[in-house]
Design a protein around this ligand. Structure first.
Ligand SMILES: [Zn+2]
Length: 325
């Protein structure tokens, strides 16, 4: 008897004892086996379902959520049918609270709501559904900002696929907004390979960070990181030589929000990144063109610093300016 067979035999014996000792433990009795790690997200799914007119409690179907036994980074999770969900542990541990919810809701979308993947886009180019999934259409990537003021729409869409596009698809900003004409310079740095400025006194009001830079000798992902005291509460905006452009934040902020591969708006030479906080939102511009907005969150610490995620070479910052607006 090899190890695996032995293990299975033990399981059969244990299960048999368990069954014989319980009245009504038939083969069809639904099993509910959700560890505490996952339970809050299941509770929230039930609450959301109720809010949108679905009565779900899993008493009729059972539900099992478990970590996958072998590492397989192909997918973060999978619904195996019969209300059995497997989650990739390595993937899970790297997710923000929002993205953990998104993943569990997605798998419950398959297992409980019997939904397939939905891969159309909203009018502004963002995913129409957190049920987006493989096969991801050519030229797109799976990144979705399931957080902040986008969250309510995505949550509701699980239960109502006919939901109208949310108002926020029209949110954008103009680089030449008259509101920034009276901006006051707070920080000015020229011609550096690295920099770090903290306690710059900007977060009480509106502000703008504007950086003119090149990849320099860096082979990696370069740009700026701002706010926060550590990786988990910092926000990062940057690019690499291959046209990868990303807006990312730590798991204590919103997680990874925006990604473009082969982005034609990343220029070969100098690139200008502008981040403008106005009220409840950040607006990101690349080379004076509006790219993306996301929600403002009161930072752990005020800072603006260079970002060089590569191991070889350094970027070059021609100009770094921070303005109070
Ligand atoms: Zn899926």
């Amino acid at each position: 008897m090899d190890g695996k067979a032995h293990f299975i035999m033990n399981r059969v014996i244990v299960l048999s004892i368990f069954c014989f000792s319980l009245v009504g433990c038939g083969a069809d009795e639904p099993v509910y086996d959700v560890p505490l790690t996952f339970q809050p997200y299941v509770d929230r799914f039930i609450d959301m379902a109720a809010e949108y007119g679905h009565d779900i409690d899993f008493s009729d179907t059972g539900l099992t959520i478990r970590f996958r036994e072998r590492v397989d980074l192909e997918t973060g999770g999978v619904c195996r049918g019969d209300h059995l969900i497997e989650i990739e542990k390595v993937f899970w541990e790297d997710l923000s609270e929002f993205d953990k919810e998104g993943l569990i809701f997605h798998e419950l979308g398959h297992c409980e709501l019997f939904r397939g993947h939905r891969n159309d886009k909203l009018p502004n180019g963002e995913w129409a559904s957190r049920m987006r999934g493989s096969p991801i259409p050519e030229g797109s990537n799976a990144v979705i900002n399931y957080a902040g003021s986008r969250l309510a729409y995505y949550r509701q869409e699980f239960f109502n696929t006919a939901l109208a596009a949310p108002d926020w698809v029209d949110r954008r900003a103009e680089y030449d907004d008259p509101a920034i004409l009276n901006r006051i310079e707070v920080v000015s740095i020229q011609n550096q390979e690295t920099f770090e400025e903290s306690a710059i006194g900007i977060s009480q009001g509106n502000f703008e960070i504007e950086v003119d830079m090149i990849s320099g000798t860096s082979e990696g992902f370069v740009g700026i990181q701002f706010m926060g005291a550590a990786n988990d509460d910092r926000i990062r905006v940057g690019f690499n030589r291959d046209g990868l452009f990303a807006i990312d934040s730590g798991n204590d902020v919103w997680g990874l929000m925006y990604l473009e591969e082969d982005f034609d708006k990343v220029l070969d030479g100098a690139n200008k990144i502008t981040i403008r906080r106005q009220g409840d939102f950040y607006y990101v511009f690349l080379n004076e063109e509006f790219i993306y907005w996301f929600d403002y969150k009161i930072p752990q610490r005020e800072s603006v610093a260079s970002l060089n995620a590569g191991t070889l070479g350094v970027p070059w910052y021609m100009s770094v300016k921070v303005y109070s607006i």
